[in-house]
Ligand binder design. Structure first.
Ligand code: NAD
Ligand code: WQD
Length: 343
């Protein structure tokens, strides 16, 4: 039987790259996005890259009627939804501290509305965008999936809460599957430079800040902390190419179709890179200078964190293949060709 995949938040940074991978793999994706942090232009570009139309609907995952109608429409079209890939959510840590209720409402309440609609439509599989941030202060590194969960901010709490809700949901019904993907630090862009990360306003994250300095939109990078117990005193993270992360979702859907129950997988490379190492690699790959200054540590930051991705390597058959050089080259291709993002 032909089936569809519903992608919530499919116009976002990770969602758009994943949408492209699903189209390339021959799936029938349907996107729902409220464009709160994206725009329809993203989907037009994905259509161009894929050489195929994208089915999409503007709307919010907290709108139960809309979700019912999407599931019903797919059924009438002869390709009922078999699995939901759930990206839709808010993701700025600082905003989550300032506006916690917005985060609990969008990320937790939104996920509950979605699961209830899935129940009504008898859709039993979901792949959820979780985050390495659920682990919090490392007890040991690399993080394995059994590391204790101790999120340090409301955003991280929403991810841990939805993981728990999904565990209970799987427990309560036969044949239900929830694959929780704990992403490390996705950066870069599709190698064509056609789609990429387009933060609104001042970037919160390191890589888009670097590319915006390189393209002349910002004067210099502020490096938060130079006295961490790391290779050069700056923070260490496990950066992975967004296209590798996108492929991980196709593998996760295949896994969900074969294996019922709740499971969590780290998606990372297993290698740490410091802020200075990333800046220097970016400069070497692109030939662009990135002026920087050192500031105090950013409150709440960890010194270092990276993944043990062996469970995903073995059980999903997934491995990150692209290098930090690839991430810098592709991220620069996107930023230099689209200095103002999708505008
Ligand atoms: P993004 O903001 O680019 O994408 C999220 C998309 O969801 C946007 O297109 C937005 O408009 C949409 N959206 C938000 N709330 C919605 C709602 N209520 N209804 C419908 N659409 C809604 O973010 P991203 O970086 O692509 O992240 C995708 C997911 O991955 C998020 O859940 C995020 O928390 C998670 N994640 C991201 C990172 C990262 O570093 N980017 C790391 C770990 C986890
Ligand atoms: C990386 C390193 C900073 C900006 C955050 C969220 C996490 C996840 C990914 C969703 C750190 C340093 C940064 C800057 C800097 N998102 N830095 N100057 O903090 O690992 O993770 O995004 O789930 O939840 O917390 O990523 O890119 O913000 O920072 O020196 O302007 O770069 O101190 O060492 P982080 P990041």
């Amino acid at each position: 039987m032909t089936t569809s995949i519903l992608i919530t938040g499919g116009a976002g940074y990770i969602g758009s790259h994943t949408l492209l991978e699903f189209l390339a793999a021959g799936y029938r994706p349907i996107v729902v996005d409220n464009f709160g942090n994206s725009s329809p232009e993203v989907l037009r570009r994905v259509e161009k890259l894929a050489g195929a139309p994208v089915r999409w609907h503007e709307g919010d995952i907290r709108d139960a009627q809309l979700l019912d109608s999407l599931f019903e429409q797919a059924r009438r079209d002869g390709a009922p939804v078999d699995c939901v890939v759930h990206f839709a959510g808010l993701k700025a840590v600082g905003d989550s501290v300032a506006e916690p209720l917005e985060y609990y409402d969008n990320n937790v309440h939104g996920s509950i509305v979605l699961l209830k609609a899935m129940d009504r439509a008898q859709v039993k599989r979901i792949v959820f965008s979780s985050s390495a941030t659920v682990y919090g202060e490392p007890v040991s590194l690399p993080y394995t999936e059994s590391h204790r969960l101790a999120p340090a901010n409301p955003y991280g709490q929403t991810k841990a809460m939805v993981e728990t809700i999904l565990a209970d949901w799987c427990q309560a019904g036969a044949g239900r599957t929830a694959v929780n993907l704990r992403y490390f630090n996705p950066i870069g862009a599709h190698p064509s430079g056609t789609i990429g990360e387009a933060p609104r306003g001042r970037p919160n994250n390191l890589f888009p800040y670097i590319t915006q300095v390189a393209v002349g939109k910002r004067e210099k990078l502020s490096i938060f902390g130079r006295d961490y117990p790391t290779v050069d005193g700056t923070g260490v993270r496990d950066y992975l190419h967004v296209s590798d992360l996108a492929v991980g979702h196709v593998k996760a859907v295949e896994y969900a179709q074969a294996t019922p129950g709740w499971v969590a997988f780290n998606l990372g490379t297993g290698r740490g890179t410091s802020v200075l190492e990333l800046v220097h690699t970016f400069e070497a790959v692109t030939g662009k200078k990135v002026p920087y200054e050192f500031l105090d540590r950013r409150p709440g930051d960890l010194a270092g964190m990276w993944a043990d991705p062996s469970a995903a390597n073995e059980k999903l058959g997934w491995r990150a293949t692209r290098t930090v050089e690839d991430m810098c080259r592709d991220g620069w291709c996107w930023q230099s060709g689209n200095p103002d993002g999708y505008v």
